[in-house]
Design a protein around this ligand. Structure first.
Ligand SMILES: Cc1cc2nc3c(=O)[nH]c(=O)nc-3n(C[C@H](O)[C@H](O)[C@H](O)COP(=O)(O)OP(=O)(O)OC[C@H]3O[C@@H](n4cnc5c(N)ncnc54)[C@H](O)[C@@H]3O)c2cc1C
Ligand SMILES: NC(=O)c1ccc[n+]([C@@H]2O[C@H](COP(=O)([O-])OP(=O)(O)OC[C@H]3O[C@@H](n4cnc5c(N)ncnc54)[C@H](O)[C@@H]3O)[C@@H](O)[C@H]2O)c1
Length: 489
């Protein structure tokens, strides 16, 4: 016996959860299958908990730096080379974790209530295809359900790539961490070794340093955050080093073995490539994420994946199987909550609010302007094209003179100086002929908010000269948009 639905969503991610509610509110009989917890990675182990923890890290940082502002907490951490190491602070990791748990629970509870209020039937279990309209759900209570649906929407996300390092299985599993388990620590690691210098790696590395750990980052590539323009990555590296992190670039871990409560790790770094060793108490694998697609039995529904396991689809998020769609991280990068949420908007419009067979009127993923923010401190916000990407486009390959670049240190921004948080830089990429802004990066105080101002200009086709001559409130961070264009060359 199977139950029939008009819409079946697999995975309670950032697209599937609101889309299930939209279908149900529009009168479709709707089910959502989720094998773990409602609201997916972002709310449970991604954006929400990490940014909550990072807020605690920032308080620790500012409290320690209080003396720079004339604020003393009552004790001093000590001196290094005659210079104060700052205020003495005490980190209560259990409280830090509790604050994180409460915010996650409240966000997840909100999602659960919205689904219930909309009338979505939630099936807690793991889904796999039997054919393109039929899905088997292995319920978490051990039972099995067969469901059929007029349309199936996949939003199963990704998970951390498993650790791959000779000897890792000999370590106490409690000290081998991924981006989920590190958030449940109730003590600050003594010496955290982070494998991978991408988004996850740099955010956790700085956070743990601020909470009091010694931190070493091993990054395989020549720079942190490999997709960034090199001077941005270098600027972030300088900031992290200033914060006391050790960062080893062009470095590969080759072997690990347990020693006392921790481990000895053997690694090689270019150019010497000679084996070296370091010891640590905990190791975080932050070397990428892999899609949750293999347990879906996709071949049964003739749904294709690429070599990395991501589901292939067109710009309308349609898979080759009729009436089967894919949203969010499961379809491949960029893997951001706001992209998954935009996938929701696309399908809500095309399937519920404005269905049409006219391809030109359909919502699509084409020409999406993609912002992102890496929540280091200062934040690294970016919108549009990076310089290297712009220069790679055929138009600019033929006319490189049309690209103009402006770079400005954050130490030229009054607001950043007044708050004594002037580390970082801004970079703009413009088309000199049209005056349009192609891309903008702000590695600086509230960089994520500053890029949103430029994003508005880009969305509205506003030329850089308009920002240059606009009246911005003083002293705001946006005021820097008067000045950066003076550096265009
Ligand atoms: C540490 C960390 C920090 C991050 N920080 C940010 C950030 O600051 N900003 C940002 O934009 N992005 C961030 N991301 C990325 C962001 O979390 C994801 O891009 C976002 O959650 C979108 O995911 P999704 O909608 O594809 O699905 P997800 O949110 O991953 O949800 C997928 C759901 O599907 C379920 N599922 C999987 N397979 C099955 C199955 N067979 N049957 C039933 N259910 C299944 C899973 O249990 C999961 O609940 C972060 C990620 C991590 C790991
Ligand atoms: N603030 C945000 O928006 C945010 C935060 C966290 C994660 N995310 C999303 O999650 C995705 C995954 O993040 P991630 O950091 O896990 O992956 P990533 O792919 O962004 O970075 C992984 C890094 O690890 C390095 N690496 C891989 N194997 C290695 C090895 N054996 N030794 C040393 N270095 C190695 C790679 O060179 C790369 O720099 C991101 O791309 C992003 O889309 C977003």
């Amino acid at each position: 016996m199977s139950t029939h639905y008009q819409a079946l969503i697999i995975g309670s991610g950032q697209a599937g959860t609101p889309l299930a509610s939209s279908f149900a509110k529009a009168g479709y009989k709707t089910a959502l299958v989720e094998r773990s917890h409602i609201a997916g990675c972002c709310v449970n182990e991604g954006c929400t908990p990490t940014k909550t923890l990072i807020a605690s890290g920032r308080v620790a940082y500012l409290a320690r730096r209080g003396r720079d502002y004339g604020i003393h907490t009552g004790g001093e951490e000590g001196k290094e080379e005659g210079k104060s190491k700052g205020n003495k602070i005490l980190v209560d990791m259990k409280k830090v974790r509790q604050r994180k748990r409460e915010i996650v629970n409240s966000f997840r509870g909100g999602s659960e209530k919205r689904l219930e209020g909309a009338g979505v039937e939630v099936l807690i279990g793991e889904a796999s295809f039997v054919d393109e309209k039929t899905v088997k759900v292995k319920m978490n209570d051990g039972s099995e359900k067969m469901v059929t649906s007029d349309r199936v929407l996949i939003n199963t996300g990704e998970r951390p790539a498993p650790p791959r390092l000779t000897g890792i299985e000999t370590l106490d599993p409690k000290i081998v961490l991924d981006s989920t388990s590190i958030q449940e620590l109730d003590e600050v690691p003594e010496h955290l070794v982070v494998v991978g210098g991408g988004y996850v790696g740099v955010e956790f590395a700085q956070l743990m340093r601020r909470l009091g750990a010694k931190v070493t980052v091993l990054q395989r590539g020549k720079q942190l955050l490999p997709r960034e323009d090199p001077e941005i990555a270098q600027c972030l590296l300088d900031i992290l080093k200033e914060d006391g992190l050790e960062v080893l670039l062009q470095t590969q871990a080759s072997r690990i073995e347990p020693v006392n409560a921790g481990f000895t790790l053997t690694y090689t770094s270019l150019p010497s490539n000679e084996p070296k060793q370091l010891t640590g108490s905990h190791i975080l694998f932050a070397s990428g994420r892999i899609p949750n697609t293999e347990s879906l039995n996709l071949p049964a529904a003739c749904i294709k994946t690429n070599a990395n396991g991501y589901i292939t689809s067109n710009e309308f998020l349609e898979t080759p199987a009729p009436n089967v769609y894919v949203m969010g991280d499961a379809k491949g990068p960029p893997a951001f909550t706001h992209i998954s949420y935009d996938d929701f908007r696309i399908l809500e419009k095309n399937l519920i609010t404005h269905p049409t067979s006219d391809l030109s009127s359909k919502a699509s993923t084409k020409n999406r302007l993609v912002p992102y923010v890496v929540y280091t401190d200062p934040q690294l916000g970016h919108i549009g094209l990076r310089e290297s990407e712009a220069r790679g486009l055929p138009l600019y390959k033929n006319h490189p003179e049309r690209i103009k670049i402006a770079k400005m240190p954050m130490s030229y921004v009054a607001r950043a100086l007044e708050t004594d948080e002037s580390r970082g830089m801004m970079k703009a990429v413009v088309d000199a002929e049209t005056g349009l802004i192609l891309g903008f990066t702000c590695l600086g105080l509230e960089g994520g908010e500053v890029i949103a101002v430029v994003q508005m200009a880009m969305l509205g086709g506003v030329r850089w000269e308009v920002l240059q001559s606009a009246v911005w409130a003083h002293p705001s961070l946006a005021e820097s948009l008067n000045n950066i264009w003076g550096f265009l060359e």
